[in-house]
Design a binder for this molecule. Structure first.
Ligand SMILES: NC(=O)c1ccc[n+]([C@@H]2O[C@H](COP(=O)([O-])OP(=O)(O)OC[C@H]3O[C@@H](n4cnc5c(N)ncnc54)[C@H](OP(=O)(O)O)[C@@H]3O)[C@@H](O)[C@H]2O)c1
Length: 324
């Protein structure tokens, strides 16, 4: 009799990270041996405990990848902390708990670098989790993500399962959110420079002094890293790579906001000036992840920041009419 295919449930497959993961899962050589199961929010609202329980107990996936979350920039996080805390806690506890109770032994949970303390020394190591106060503007989101990590760690400890947590730096790429009120810095700048070029504006205003440094990773590089991490044996992940069950994924490269703005301006082809609005806050001056653990897997990002922005802007242009 033919062996049944392994089932992988990928949540959040319509999002930026989820759609990249779906693409990369489908491209793997061994993809003929597995079936990828997805559900839209309309088909399965992950906040609904009973529906998530029934779904997982019926489908009985072998592996679960959690790329669903309530995600947003500083403004959205700061204005709607209840949504970010409650929705993320519900999504992750429903998925992690009922995955376990449906027999799932391998699970990947995606968090974010904002889980680390605001004043953490740089580059930020996985061990720095819970070693100091969090950044206030995204505290609700970070607390929900930390609870998800601790729930995965606790299942590993109490029931010897293999629930891995991946913490990416700032991501960008196809499928990003370009809403000026809710977006992260790269999509916001792409949209601003594109509009300024289209309307022949003389300058573009960028928040802050331009001096803070940040780390960025193309979402396809994150998806590639996730494929590497999920294929590691339980022993290798736990004993050699990450006894904490938590692994940072970033480019390891920092760039100042002013250099980033200049790069985006060049890629978009905007010929005016960049003006820094120093009345707006800068936030933390440096935020870069220590990536020595992921480096042990021989993974390296393939996109330079410039190549990644060129690719992202070309995707943006394909969808411009839908967005502007
Ligand atoms: N974007 C970044 O820069 C970044 C950086 C670090 C880490 N991450 C992590 O990566 C993960 C995915 O982020 P993303 O940028 O891909 O976010 P995204 O584009 O907003 O995608 C989130 C996905 O989750 C789904 N979702 C949200 N609430 C749901 C619910 N109640 N029921 C069912 N589905 C629900 C969304 O469905 P709809 O399509 O219906 O809204 C969407 O498909 C998150 O855990 C985030 O922390 C992202």
């Amino acid at each position: 009799m033919k062996k049944p295919k392994k089932k992988i449930f990928l949540s959040g497959h319509k999002g930026m990270v989820g759609s990249a993961l779906l693409k990369y899962l489908s491209l793997q050589k061994e993809s003929k041996n597995y079936e990828i199961i997805t559900r839209t929010r309309k088909q399965l609202n992950l906040i609904d405990q009973k529906k998530v329980e029934n779904f997982l107990k019926k489908e009985k996936p072998d592996e679960v990848i959690i790329a669903s979350a309530k995600v947003g920039g500083i403004n959205a996080n700061n204005s709607n902390p209840v949504d970010f805390l409650y929705e993320n806690l519900m999504i992750e506890t429903n998925l992690i708990n009922f995955s376990f109770h449906s027999g799932v032994k391998s699970l990947i949970f995606l968090g974010s670098s904002c889980i680390y303390p605001k004043e953490a020394s740089q580059p930020i190591k996985e061990e720095f989790l819970l070693s100091g106060p969090l950044e206030k503007t995204n505290e609700a989101y970070a607390i929900a993500k930390i609870a998800g990590i601790k729930l995965c760690n606790s299942f590993n400890k109490q029931f010897n399962v293999d629930f891995r947590c991946i913490m990416p730096c700032n991501l960008y790429g196809p499928g990003d959110n370009y809403d000026l009120e809710e977006s992260h810095v790269i999509p916001a700048l792409i949209r601003k420079f594109h509009l300024a070029k289209s309307n022949n504006k003389k300058f573009v205003k960028v928040w802050g002094t331009g001096k803070p440094k940040r780390e960025f990773l193309h979402v396809y590089d994150l998806a590639d890293a996730c494929m590497k991490i999920r294929k590691l044996s339980k022993k290798k992940f736990k004993e050699i790579i990450s006894p904490e069950g938590l692994i940072n994924v970033g480019s390891g490269k920092e760039i100042s906001i002013s250099e980033l703005a200049q790069t985006i301006s060049n890629v978009v082809g905007f010929n005016g000036d960049i003006v820094f609005d120093k009345s707006m806050p800068d936030g933390t001056m440096r935020k870069v992840l220590d990536i020595s653990k992921i480096n042990k897997t021989n993974w390296q990002p393939k996109y330079s920041l410039k190549e990644g922005i060129i690719q992202t802007y070309s995707e943006f242009l394909k969808n411009t009419n839908k967005r502007l």
